[in-house]
Ligand binder design. Sequence first.
Ligand code: URA
Length: 225
Amino acid sequence: MGKEPGLFDSALAQTLAYIHYLRESGEEFAPAAPKSEIPPAPGDDWTRLKNSVLGCVRCSELARTRKSVVFGSGNAKAKLMFIGEAPGFDEDQQGLPFVGKAGQLLTKIIEAMGLARQDVFIANVLKCRPPGNRNPLPEEIMNCKPYLLAQIGLIRPRVICALGNFAAQVLLQTDRTISQLRGKFYEFEGIKILPTYHPAYLLRNPADKKKVWEDMKLIMKELEA
Ligand code: URA
């Protein structure tokens, strides 16, 4: 397996430990405000995480310019997670991931796998839209990555499909390109990560849909095993 050791390991391990701490203490996830007499938010870890993400203002530009925080959608107990880069215009408008043109293609891919969007969990590295759909900044990735790792830690999917360079590089802590990374699994703590091309790239390069379908077949086989 091509797992690369690095920050991802300790970051996810630390996040899992943090989730454990939260579970024990009833603390808010990533508290933004100093401790007060206000009791911790009600609900389970997932609800607390979601509330923290929805109220996040770690990236001042994104918090100022967004219409919505796009937490992710689907089944919080999914065996399969898709992770993209960041919300675009349509996602920001609707507060849901992958609902624009690229999202419609992702939905078709999921359905071709015999699944529905509600069977999987769809998320992004960034939960807020970078203005003008610019690339995420390193600082924004650093701010938002703990949320993604917490989602992964709580869902514990069997397989993660990383869509495009950003998701693959952030998750695998590498600067190798998606063309170099795609087509095989990378394993971490029982979770298999399969990088493949982003659906927005496929809209511009439809000839590569065949390669993505090969990748999806690997995922389907893995989920059947
Ligand atoms: N592109 C992404 O990476 N994520 C979305 O949610 C939409 C488009």
